[in-house]
Design a protein around this ligand. Sequence first.
Ligand code: ATP
Length: 488
Amino acid sequence: MSKQEESLKRIISHCKEYGFIFQSSEIYDGLSAVYDYGHNGIELKKNLREYWWKAMVQMHENIVGIDAAIFMHPKVWKASGHVDGFNDPMIDNKDSKKRYRADQLLEDRIDKYQRDGKTDKAAKLQNDMDEALNNNDLAMLKTLIEEQEIACPISGTRNWTEVRQFNLMYSTQMGSVADDSDEVYLRPETAQGIFVNFLNVQKTGRMKIPFGIAQTGKAFRNEIIARQFIMRMREFEQMEMQFFVRPGTEMEWFDYWKNYRLKWHLNLGIPAEKYRIHEHSKLAHYANAAVDIEYDFPFGFKEVEGIHSRTDFDLKQHQEFSGKKLQYFDPEINQNYVPYVVETSIGLDRLFLLTMFHALVDEEVTNGEKTDTRTVLRIPAVLAPVKLAVFPLVKKDGLPEKAREIIADLKLDYTCQYEEKDAIGKRYRRQDAIGTPFCITVDYETLEDDSVTLRYRDTMEQKRIKISELRAILAEEISWKKILTFEG
Ligand code: ATP
């Protein structure tokens, strides 16, 4: 097994063992590229979503949120270009009957050239592939696959079908009678729910340009091949913000959001060299600038977030298809116009995965003569699924009751967990593995003087404190201010 595969396998098994992520419908052998979040996963995911929401909505007085439905009028997807253009080029191997994305087969070859130091070959192939994709030249993609002598990893043969386009949208029927006119789609992105509500929000919120609308929610894509765990799923969650600006000012705002979003990533405590900004050299026809924020996963730098200057394309398309004006009267210049849009779009599941890759570490600990290893999830305290674990030293003599008293006082403000099984050391290890920043132990002394042992996750330092001091310590350490300190 390669190193990359090993590190991904480690994350997958940790996520399962500690209740972060399970394969969907596992007892039926699972459903490909669909995952369920478990009791710890859902807490971490919720906290990551909140980190985004606070940074985008609460920290910007000109950004508000919405929660649009997953189903939308089918014309929305005609207008947005998804019905005609949201395709990936696919190719089948006739012997293994396996399906691949033609561009990914070529990208894997480019990666290989790069790893082998054959940069000229990598650049030429990249160029040829970009040209084929831009011209929608499927025959050329097939020729490139043949020229590169790319074989199917399963059958080992080069017996390929033609390259065809495959639309990634899922469709279903609305109402009880199946009829073409009732066809609706599961949204492949959340952004369109924002565009169609642009005027509703602007008018009811009395928003003045520049302003933004933020949304988090599920999106669905029938990915041809889904791989790398929650990196590429068929049902996933996006966190998107569309920022509406006066035409001509979009590049200023594009820079603002590029910088702001990168700072947001770095404030998770991740070093700058783990990130890379990838500037798109070939832009979509509606965009006038686009970058991806990429993270250095064990399988290479991959996109986690896109920042796009989308011009007035989307609002104009909806204006045309709906026949309704989607304009803004700008009192400062006394003009009506269709605003330009700068979008930030991040996948919550990819953010979850990068957090796991970055924060999950195995480290050596020495205890007197003994050296041991512990697995610890070093995430910022405010993101931890459980903030405080409370252990009675023994299961008798009133210690469990005392521990539960402490929890009862704090549980509405902090997620707490009661643990009485196994030795204290084992309980610490279990909490380390899910990232719990604080553990306290209630012992016989507690019954006499209300003191407890507080143990810190990262330093493993232990100190004796009074129960009455606990709330202030938690408030200081578990605070959004620790990670939400950056300005625009
Ligand atoms: P990719 O090139 O990796 O397919 P994309 O460019 O199609 O991604 P966008 O349409 O820009 O992605 O979507 C914005 C964000 O949504 C991405 O940066 C990514 O974090 C997330 N995302 C997109 N597709 C998936 C997926 N299938 N599974 C999980 N997250 C996804």
